[in-house]
Design a protein. Structure first.
Length: 173
């Protein structure tokens, strides 16, 4: 029987996983995955979210319909892949507090995982997207063509200091 506090016991094994070499955790970009991979990874994420809700007592924070909210899915994906790199990856020098850092990140993300509309246990659809006003694409193109932000010549804000340091290094003896 799987241990509900050990996510490794909950992860599904994709077909052929036993024969395949264990791969390093990869970054997940949902829209770049084919549908079959999306389903496998969503199930994997779901198992981990179930563990997370139990282990960190987030059952009242992460609603049961989390997977129907794309922003929450993206946040949980970031937390999961970071968790994999922290707990299953190679220990990198200078990362002695990686686990504590991950837990701090979890707590920083927690407000983003809460869905007030769904907190009662009944799923509420996210609000519809507001369509862009007419002419917004043209306004954006005009901004890109004329704005100082996109047309100004490159200038590093510390150029003067860098110049002074270089002059000191090259000063005659």
């Amino acid at each position: 029987m799987p241990d509900p506090l050990n996510p490794a016991d909950l992860w599904p094994s994709p077909p052929g996983a036993a024969a395949a070499k264990k791969a390093e955790p990869q970054r997940w970009v949902w829209v770049a995955m084919d549908p079959a991979e999306r389903r496998i990874r969503m199930r994997e994420l779901g198992c981990w979210v179930d563990w997370l809700r139990t282990a960190f007592e987030l059952h009242n924070t992460i609603t049961h319909c989390w997977y129907q909210h794309s922003a929450v899915v993206e946040h949980l994906t970031a937390l999961y892949t970071g968790w994999l790199r922290t707990y299953a990856g190679e220990e990198a020098p200078g990362r002695e507090l990686a686990e504590a850092d991950w837990i701090n990140t979890l707590h920083a993300f927690t407000p983003r995982l809460q869905l007030a509309a769904c907190a009662t246990g009944t799923h509420q659809e996210p609000p519809p997207r507001v369509p862009p006003p007419p002419g917004s694409d043209e306004a954006f193109d005009l901004y890109l063509a004329l704005s100082d932000t996109t047309t100004a010549p490159p200038a590093h804000p510390a150029a003067a200091e860098l110049g002074r340091r270089e002059a000191e290094l090259n000063a005659p003896l």
